[in-house]
Design a protein around this ligand. Structure first.
Ligand code: PEP
Ligand code: MG
Length: 588
């Protein structure tokens, strides 16, 4: 039966595919298709791992001391029984043989199917056996990790991305897949960059949560904050993800499917039309030049930025180099090579590298994220520059790497989350120190323009102080809104109050832009607001001439710029600023 689930639209377009439910704790399990002639081998991989785990449990049971509580042995019996459970092995076999899932993916998929049945059981004792099943599956996965090697790596799998016509071939494995999860960390999300999913949805997350931002960078339709989607949707259900209106339609009827198929084609045509603007200079009707820059997470993203005609990188979120590495941070050489790759990738255009912004909803890895749950307010805690200043050797390593990359092209160094003059001074002194270290070792480095993010209201209210020390400012509206309105940007429960057009937010943005212009300093916006076509005219009217956004948004924003008359917008923007309900004055 068709039903819909509502969430927040984060990434445009329509995706239609079968649901793959991925538990957040298992997002790091490899997902790829195997070759059809490898199914026997793949099933064997699970069998070998399962037998090894069974053997290990049996050995533990044999070696139990005589006086060990009886419950312990009984529990091990349960684990042995679950290991041999036919529903588990038959299910795994099904996902491998019929869908060509790799072994780990098949195992976790079948786990999700059985876990759901456990959830529905009346008997509490049986319901609690889900935790045992989970442990057993974890053990098998752990064993396979040691011996597993992808038969069909993710990048190749991506090239096998199914087409919509495959919808007709319902029963083959060659159908589009959409990812449904309760939550996915930004680090895990990165894993899906090269992957086989055509869309995704999560239960939690706000519009500018980091998961949503990475989702946008995957450039596939996505919905976050869909509350209980991962409970309501079942493995393998057909799902339409409408990334434009934030709706999921489950088990759609043929009429609905046809309607969305049509919308999907319209969207594709629109993209092709926008593509023609790639080489058009971004000038307003009255001849004002506007700079459209790219936000990137990894050096390879520069290819996408160049492809859409970005005139530089306005925000390289360097923390993505640090995440998902179980705490082992990249050393100077690794970072230098990554920054250099980004600089070279931009072929002479400027690259703004932001120093690491770890913390809050961007934990170093999932375990660190759990540890962080202990903090009462992680968004107000040790993140970004606070984290960097708390670990000078780590920060110096990054600063040296960035300075070295500046030999290869124009690099701007951007510092996140500054609020205090003392933090500014410490940062600058560490930068001097990094230069001195390189001088001492005789290592070459280049000049950098120095910028600060304005993303805490305290910073926006003391812009003059910032301009004393910095060459340019970049307004991080995602955090500026979060901190001005006291709304956790990652919490879907308060997402209705997350308002970029709140008069207080607009006032802080307007004043920051005005002060930079008065002093002849560069200013840009690099939060999600910069890529929102509904905000382009207002930002132009407030005097902004530099926008940094995900590459997939650049052409649509350019279209707005080409249609805008900046001098007329200036007067109108003052009316918007003075209004009680500014959003009412913005045309859709
Ligand atoms: C912002 O806060 O607007 C920003 C660009 O930084 P991030 O989204 O990475 O916190
Ligand atoms: Mg920020």
């Amino acid at each position: 039966m068709t039903f819909s689930v509502h969430g927040l639209a984060v990434s445009r377009g329509i995706a239609i595919g079968r649901a793959v439910l991925v538990a957040s704790s298992r997002a790091d399990v490899a997902h790829y298709f195997i070759d059809a002639d490898k199914t026997v081998e793949e099933i064997q991989r699970v069998r070998v791992a399962r037998d090894a785990v069974a053997e290990e449990i049996a050995r533990v049971q044999r070696d139990l001391p005589k006086d060990a509580p009886h419950e312990l042995s009984a529990l091990l019996d349960v684990h042995l029984m679950l290991l041999q459970d036919e529903q588990l092995s038959d299910g795994v076999k099904h996902w491998i043989t019929d869908r060509l899932y790799n072994a780990e993916w098949a195992l976790t998929t079948q786990y999700e199917v059985i876990a759901r049945q456990f959830d529905e059981m009346e008997d509490e004792y049986l319901r609690e056996r889900k935790a045992d099943l989970e442990q057993v599956v974890e053990r098998i996965l752990g064993f396979m990790k040691g011996v597993a090697s992808p038969v069909f790596p993710a990048a190749q799998a991506a090239s096998r991305q199914p087409r919509q016509q495959d919808l007709l071939l319902d029963d083959t494995m060659d159908v589009p897949l959409v990812l449904i999860a309760h939550d996915i960390s930004p680090a895990d999300m990165l894993q899906f960059k090269q992957s086989l999913f055509v869309g995704f949805a999560t239960d939690v997350g706000g519009k500018t949560s980091h998961t949503a931002i990475v989702a946008r960078s995957l450039d596939i339709p996505a919905v976050v904050g869909a509350r209980s989607a991962s409970q309501l949707i079942e493995q393998d259900d057909w799902v339409i993800i409408d990334g434009d209106s934030g709706v999921l339609i489950v088990d759609p009827s043929p009429i609905i499917l046809a309607e969305y198929g049509f919308k999907q084609r319209q969207g594709e045509l629109e993209r092709q039309r926008l593509n023609r603007l790639k080489h058009t200079p971004a000038l307003t009707i009255d001849g004002q030049k506007v700079e459209l820059l790219a936000n990137i997470e990894m050096p390879d993203d520069t290819a996408g930025a160049v492809a859409v005609g970005a005139v530089g990188v306005g925000l390289f979120r360097s923390e993505f180099l640090f995440m998902g590495r179980t705490g082992k941070l990249p050393d100077e050489q690794e970072q230098y090579l990554a920054y250099r790759k980004a600089v070279e990738g931009m072929q002479g255009l400027p690259v703004t590298i932001r120093t690491v912004d770890i913390g809050s909803d961007k934990p170093l890895d999932r375990l660190a994220g759990k540890a962080q749950d202990g903090q009462l307010n992680p968004a107000l805690g040790l993140r970004a520059i606070r984290w960097s200043l708390a670990d000078p050797p780590m920060f110096l390593t990054q600063l040296r790497a960035i300075l070295r990359a500046a030999v290869h092209g124009q690099v701007n160094l951007l510092v996140p989350m500054l609020a205090h003059a003392s933090e500014i001074r410490q940062t600058l002194s560490l930068l001097d120190h990094a230069r001195a270290e390189l001088d001492n070792k005789g290592i070459a480095y280049g000049p950098v323009q120095l910028g600060a993010m304005i993303e805490i209201p305290a910073a926006a209210l003391t812009v003059k102080l910032f301009l004393k020390y910095f060459d340019f400012l970049s307004i991080g509206t995602n955090d500026l809104i979060q901190y001005t309105l006291a709304i956790d940007r990652a919490d879907e429960a308060v997402s209705h109050l997350y308002d970029p057009c709140h008069p207080a937010v607009l006032r802080l943005i307007a004043d920051t832009i005005a002060e930079c212009k008065a002093q002849g300093k560069g200013v840009s916006v690099c939060g999600e607001m910069a890529g929102d076509v509904g905000m382009t005219r207002l930002l132009l009217g407030l005097g902004l001439r530099s926008f940094s956004m995900h590459p997939s948004q650049i052409l649509a924003v350019k279209q707005q710029v080409l249609r805008a008359d900046a001098s007329k917008l200036q007067r109108w923007a003052q009316d918007v600023l003075a209004s009680e309900e500014p959003s009412a004055l913005l045309s859709p």
